[in-house]
Design a protein around this ligand. Structure first.
Ligand code: PLP
Length: 432
């Protein structure tokens, strides 16, 4: 906080942010990966206003309301077939906590209980939120190491990184099978103790937009089935069209037992998150009052009608504005634009998926050695990009580009121009 100097955003429109210094900045990270259709979209604004004329808040404990019921129905319609039930919360971390608690409790209440299943299998370098349960399954040591004494035990597999390969791998085509073999061994070893596997499908966001080899998600689902455990897909960062399909899981035809969504679910307007699950899980929580099979978990604002109205409008826009088609066109444009940066001596990797792009800065391309975190190279590049009126927020040495899904080719060019300028400024040869 001693060095904290936030930009003060006074208003916004579409992809543009207007700050208190009178600058107009392109929002290159969608207000932390959640603004989907642009700021102040008239359709979402109107939906919230309409809802405001009805009721602003109704608890989900003993009550409900039409907007929230409609949103639950719509999410079920739009999700992989066996996901039939929805639990609302207010943020992504809580959506993950709910999935963890449901999976844990399921094994105690299912028709043939297996109470020994009290461990989660998580992915190396995972990020699932900042509450203690979600931090326990997370694995980014810079964020999580401090809290280690407070966390529960987790079985952790390798990070299925497509950039930094394990030393024994010589060829990209071996990567997926290699990582999956590790997960198979862990499942074999802890076969009757794992309550669920939790994974960020396709892309590990906070770890630095680490991209999985194709087939990893599908392979993990098959392993979960083979070893009779459950799978939690954390789609909080990658869901809502970000990767080019509404859900990232769709790209590998995977149906998880739990799907967590948040961030873009309300178009990035209001705190809305949800944990979707199957009838099989739902059924395990049914019973007489005296059996006490409830999930004891309820947030004050879970299922809030204003948020539900924003989310319904957000989902409607995917149809009326052909958002997914647009993302697929823009992802090609983005990939082409990114090629300009490939030759830079400190660009180690450029990776993208849908409208997620990452440029990883390295000291040495050959050895893939990164810069020390204290050098703040990513931050410096993004600071320089601000001079070109583009707002970006890095993850360590990784420059993240995650603009609203409504961006145009021209906006993408402006973002890449700004990154190119930032690289020039930060890595300018020093005068002799
Ligand atoms: C994959 C993933 N899971 C969970 C979260 C936590 O969401 P929230 O910040 O809304 O609690 C995030 C946030 O960045 C995320 O990227």
């Amino acid at each position: 906080m001693a060095e904290y100097e936030p930009l003060i955003i006074e208003r916004a429109e579409g992809v543009w942010l207007y700050d208190s210094q009178g600058r107009q900045l392109l929002d290159g990270v969608s207000s932390l990966w959640c603004n989907i259709h642009g700021h102040r979209h008239p359709h979402i604004d109107a939906a919230i206003r309409r809802q405001l004329d009805q009721v602003a808040h109704v608890t989900s404990l003993g009550q409900s309301n039409p907007a929230t019921i409609q949103l639950a129905r719509r999410l079920v319609e739009l999700s992989p077939e066996s996901l039939q039930c929805v639990f609302f919360s207010s943020d992504g971390s809580s959506a993950v906590e709910v999935a963890l608690k449901m999976a844990f409790q399921y094994w105690r209440q299912c028709p043939e209980p297996e109470p020994g299943r009290n461990l989660f299998l998580a992915v190396g370098n995972a990020y699932h939120g900042d509450t203690l349960g979600s931090v326990s399954v997370g694995g980014v040591s810079r964020f999580h190491a401090m809290f280690a004494p407070l966390l529960f035990e987790v079985i952790r597999g390798p990070c299925p990184d497509s950039y930094r390969w394990p030393p024994e791998i010589r060829d990209a085509s071996q990567l997926c099978a290699h990582y999956l073999q590790h997960y198979r061994e862990l499942l074999e070893r802890f076969s009757d103790r794992i309550a669920a596997i939790i994974v960020e499908p396709l892309v590990q966001g906070a770890a630095g937009m680490i991209m999985h080899p194709r087939g990893f998600l599908r392979g993990l689902r098959s392993l979960a089935d083979e070893y009779g455990t459950l799978m939690i897909a954390d789609e909080i960062a990658v869901g809502m069209g970000r990767t080019g399909t509404l859900w990232a899981c769709e790209q590998e035809s995977v149906c998880p037992d739990f799907l967590c969504t948040g961030k873009g679910l309300s178009g990035g307007y209001l705190p809305v998150a949800a944990t979707l699950t199957t009838r099989r899980i739902w059924d395990a929580f049914l019973g007489e009052y005296s059996q006490s099979r409830s999930l004891f978990h309820g947030h004050t604002f879970g299922g809030n009608p204003l948020g539900a109205a924003a989310a319904l409008a957000t989902l409607e826009l995917f149809e009326t504005e052909n958002t997914l088609q647009h993302v697929n066109q823009m992802q090609n444009e983005l990939q082409q634009q990114l090629e300009r940066l490939r030759g830079h001596p400190h660009v180690g990797d450029i990776r993208s998926q849908g409208l997620i792009a990452a440029v990883e800065l390295v000291q040495d391309r050959e050895t893939q050695t990164g810069f020390g975190w204290a050098e703040r190279k990513g931050h410096l590049v993004c600071q320089a990009a601000l001079e070109k009126n583009v707002w970006l927020r890095p993850l360590g040495n990784v420059i993240v580009m995650m603009p609203p899904l409504s961006v145009t080719a021209e906006h993408l060019r402006q973002i890449i121009d700004a990154v190119e300028y930032g690289l020039e400024q930060v890595f300018a040869p020093t005068a002799a």
